[in-house]
Design a protein around this ligand. Structure first.
Ligand code: FO1
Length: 322
């Protein structure tokens, strides 16, 4: 089974998803990975469409990413943003000059009538991404957050207000009418392994699962489906997940994250620090891998990717033998 898996699909948000995707590409043959990306964070700035999770995936998978930030282009400058600020435009979203190039090109293509899937596929190819990046839908879908100030758009809350005020509820506007990207559905149909990235389930994964066609395709896929925890010792590796989960009464356990994917996963990877939660997951019928899931650098991500693949492959062989 050395040639298994031939095709892996990853469901992912931005930074954590991109790191894991990079690790998997290093552990897989070329062309084996397709990443279905969250579009709930997308926003318009100055009339341009910005797709942070798609772009973080493309920049990471093409080695252009600013590794310290986890988003944006390495060594980028902000001359355009400085002019915008001088002209009195809001400039709280740090869009770099090189990054602007991608937003201008994408918006130009959208205005010409091309779809986001086609545009993203071409951007990934031209910029040298080592995996296919597939938006969950060509239609608009917006994550909205209910706070004491009412419903807020994602980027003004996440970047503009640094994740304040606390979130009381979420909704994914447009998810009911958004059509699943045919390319994403085709990737799931061709996959022999599906991986949920260690992304924020509420902000990154569930907007994708809110598109009925995608949830249904994953729920009915007859291949191993593996979740990876975004929490270590009850804390998020990056971002507001732990505080959000606490605020929403969901707790901050890895098992709590696995529960969000009920009916969609067969196995779960959690950190060795959370190994005590394994029993609860096994009792729910899930296979469990407890290991070091912190991805400090691409070498860590590659080790985690290879470990996940070996474990999923053994699980598959065990299942076939029983
Ligand atoms: N995150 C920040 O915390 N501050 C920023 O100014 C910022 C700018 C930015 C520009 C382009 C881009 O693709 C991502 C950017 N991000 C920024 C990250 C982004 O807001 C988040 O990573 C995601 O939307 C959450 O997954």
């Amino acid at each position: 089974m050395a040639n298994w898996p031939r095709h892996v699909v990853m469901i992912a948000g931005g930074v954590g998803g991109a790191r894991m995707a990079e690790g998997l590409t290093r552990a897989l043959p070329e062309g084996a990975l397709s990443v279905i990306a969250n579009i709930g964070d997308d926003e318009e700035f100055y009339g341009l469409r910005v797709c942070p999770d798609i772009d973080t995936l493309i920049y990471t998978l093409s080695d252009r990413i600013d590794r310290k930030q986890g988003w944006g282009v390495a060594d980028d400058t902000v001359k355009a943003l400085d002019i915008l600020a001088t002209l009195g435009a809001p400039a709280w979203m740090k869009l770099g000059d090189a990054d602007f190039g991608l937003h201008i090109w994408r918006s130009w293509r959208l205005a010409a009538g091309d779809g986001l899937t086609e545009i993203t596929r071409e951007a990934a190819r031209r910029l040298g991404a080592r995996a296919a990046v597939l938006p969950a839908s060509d239609d608009r879908l917006r994550t909205k957050l209910l706070t004491q100030e009412g419903w807020m758009d994602f980027q003004p809350w996440f970047v503009g207000r640094r994740c304040e005020p606390p979130v009381r509820a979420l909704r994914y506007d447009g998810a009911d009418s958004a059509a699943a990207s045919p390319a994403a559905l085709a990737a799931i149909a061709a996959a022999d392994l599906i991986v949920f990235a260690p992304s924020n389930p509420l902000l990154s994964i569930e907007p994708i699962l809110a598109i009925a066609g995608l949830r249904q395709a994953i729920a009915t896929a007859h291949v191993p489906r593996i979740g990876v925890s975004p929490l270590i010792g009850g804390k998020a590796v990056k971002g507001p997940l732990a505080r959000m989960m606490t605020g929403l009464g969901l707790g901050t356990s890895a098992a709590g994250v696995a529960e969000r994917y009920h009916g969609l996963i067969d196995g779960f990877v959690l950190d060795a620090a959370d190994a005590h939660e394994s029993e609860a997951l096994l009792a729910r019928g899930l296979s469990v891998l407890a290991t070091d899931i912190l991805m400090r650098d691409p070498a860590d991500a590659q080790r985690l990717g290879a470990e996940l693949l070996a474990w999923a492959s053994h699980g598959r062989k065990r299942k076939a033998a029983s």
